[in-house]
Design a protein around this ligand. Structure first.
Ligand code: HEM
Ligand code: HEM
Length: 174
């Protein structure tokens, strides 16, 4: 269950691939730019955006706590690039935290309310707008583009390790 110097344990791998899948699902929201979302992806998969996003907010908090408990028994990195790797993974965590936060601020700030999985946590309404949340909520889209670029780079580097350097870095997360 715990991580070790040799590989990431079951819980870390479940967080990584489970959240990875959900985040890639969240990126389908970009498809709303095509024909105003009026297509199969928009109508079936993207309609879960608020619910999955809210779930991801809970998951990232748990994942950060988990990462702290595993700090001293995680696989090590090539010292030449260890700092860069740390910074890159740190930015991925930051993106995973800021996206759901800005998403929630967007919804509540603009008076749309918040009802993940049909559970109304915050009611919407014209009179419920909260001005200071709106500019922060507007960071959601630029942050989504930044995380997309980070994730593409991250997955690309993982594949580079596997197919070019053949050093088993991908294997310790599988
Ligand atoms: C890790 C979690 C999340 C990811 C990766 C994500 C990703 C995205 C992406 C890719 C877009 C499209 C941006 C664009 O077309 O420029 C988007 C838009 C949006 N997201 Fe999220 N999102 C997440 C969580 C949330 C949450 C928790 C909420 C609300 C509770 C939310 C609410 C929205 C809204 C309202 C839009 C439309 C904004 C607009 O039209 O300007 N998102 N998100
Ligand atoms: C096809 C997609 C992906 C592949 C192939 C992949 C591969 C990997 C590999 C091999 C590692 C271990 C790196 C090491 O030992 O230094 C790793 C770690 C990590 N990955 Fe990914 N990954 C993918 C998607 C994602 C996504 C979507 C996210 C989040 C946005 C993410 C976030 C992280 C983080 C934060 C770590 C550091 C370990 C941890 O704290 O969980 N990955 N990934």
């Amino acid at each position: 269950m715990n991580d070790s110097k040799q590989r990431y344990g079951g819980i870390t791998r479940l967080f990584h691939w489970g959240m990875g899948l959900l985040i890639i699902w969240q990126f389908l929201k970009f498809f709303d730019r095509i024909n105003d979302g009026e297509h199969w992806v928009g109508e079936n998969l993207v309609s879960w955006h608020i619910s999955i996003g809210s779930l991801l907010l809970v998951l990232i908090v748990l994942r950060i706590i988990w990462a702290f408990t595993q700090k001293n028994n995680r696989p090590e990195h090539d010292p030449a690039t260890a700092l860069l790797v740390k910074a890159g993974h740190g930015l991925l965590y930051l993106g995973m935290l800021l996206l759901p936060i800005t998403g929630v601020l967007y919804m509540i700030g603009n008076g749309y309310g918040l009802a993940p999985f049909d559970v109304e946590l915050v009611a919407g309404g014209e009179d419920k707008k909260i001005g200071w949340m709106i500019p922060l909520g507007n960071l959601h889209s630029p942050l989504a583009w930044s995380l997309l670029i980070l994730v593409i780079g991250h997955a690309g580097i993982a594949l580079l390790h596997h197919f070019v350097k053949k050093d088993g870095v991908l294997g310790r997360m599988l």
